[in-house]
Design a protein around this ligand. Structure first.
Ligand code: SF4
Ligand code: SF4
Ligand code: SF4
Length: 289
């Protein structure tokens, strides 16, 4: 078979990765929150089959890769993937696939709509070229199923419990739901230890008397996390009250990275050089006034 020579022009597009055999490439898709309709999944399968892809790969960033693609077929393949609503993704120094857990749409522990938020962040920032790669992940509660704090930008849905001043029977039901031992029953009423509380909100629902209430859910944002060779947990930047505030803060983070970060090293390695503390102060002033 005569194959069209590999076109290096395609290597400059995010989402197309040169394979071990450089005559072939891997195509990574854009799938915010890792969500796809059954029809889209079926479509990916049919497109892959039509273009000679033998097996698809499900990635750690909740997307799909098509390995061993013949570059001669790229243009047709990309057009079909776009029409399927699962277009070409990103993998270079840019905002790559935004990941999220199932959130309030499906998980009983969730405090926020992580899928809706991921889609909105994707819509505004996906593929924005930056000096460093920026991964964004969202977990709807501190269980952290998305390991969001190991991403350049992490968002966690939290909910603080508040004890109603009304009567507590001391039944202890809520204490069984707290994995942090942040609630104990003392002299027939509960005592909460704010220092141990992770604000997961798990203790709120089970109180049979409605003594424990939850404050409105909040969004805890971290910056500078990373997986890979030198894993790092992101630093807590700010906790905000609404999805709109999250978007505002993410916008500022991305602009700050765009203006001040340098290429050649990872974001977590640059945080101090980028005067992170000054940036954190500016964000608090912006959001809290
Ligand atoms: S992070 Fe929390 S809300 Fe999200 S899937 Fe895990 S347990 Fe559910
Ligand atoms: S919110 Fe979570 S960590 Fe805090 S007291 Fe309730 S169950 Fe414990
Ligand atoms: S479940 Fe409700 S009534 Fe029982 S100890 Fe907890 S707060 Fe008090």
């Amino acid at each position: 078979m005569v194959r069209k020579k590999y076109d290096p022009g395609f290597t400059t597009r995010g989402g197309i990765i040169t394979e071990r055999d450089p005559e072939f490439c891997i195509v990574r898709l854009r799938m915010p929150a890792g969500m796809a309709t059954p029809a889209q999944l079926k479509g990916i399968g049919e497109i892959a089959e039509r273009h000679g892809v033998e097996a698809v790969h499900l990635t750690t960033r909740q997307t799909v890769e098509l390995p061993h693609v013949d570059p001669a077929r790229l243009e047709g393949l990309l057009a079909e993937l776009g029409a399927n609503g699962t277009p070409l993704g990103a993998e270079r120094e840019e905002v790559v696939n935004v990941t999220a857990c199932l959130g309030t749409r499906h998980c009983k522990f969730a405090n926020i709509d992580s899928v809706g938020l991921a889609k909105e962040i994707d819509r505004r920032f996906f593929g924005k070229e930056l000096p460093v790669k920026v991964r964004i992940a969202i977990s709807a509660c501190p269980n952290g199923c998305e390991s969001e704090r190991l991403n350049e930008i992490g968002i966690t849905g939290v909910r603080k419990p508040v004890r109603d001043p009304g009567l507590c029977t001391g039944c202890g039901t809520c204490t069984h739901y707290c994995r942090e031992k942040a609630i104990i029953v003392e002299d027939g009423v509960i005592v909460m230890d704010g220092g141990k509380c992770m604000e997961c909100g798990f203790c709120i629902m089970p109180c049979p008397f409605g003594i424990l209430r939850g404050e409105e859910p909040e969004y805890r944002i971290t910056v500078g996390g990373h997986r890979g060779r030198h894993p790092k947990i992101g630093r807590h930047l700010i906790t905000v009250k609404t999805p709109e505030d999250v978007i505002r803060v993410v916008d500022k983070i991305i602009y700050w990275i765009y203006r001040q970060a340098s290429s050649g090293s990872l974001l977590p390695e640059q945080l101090d050089d980028l005067e992170y503390d000054k940036f954190r102060e500016a964000i608090h002033t912006l959001v809290e006034g």
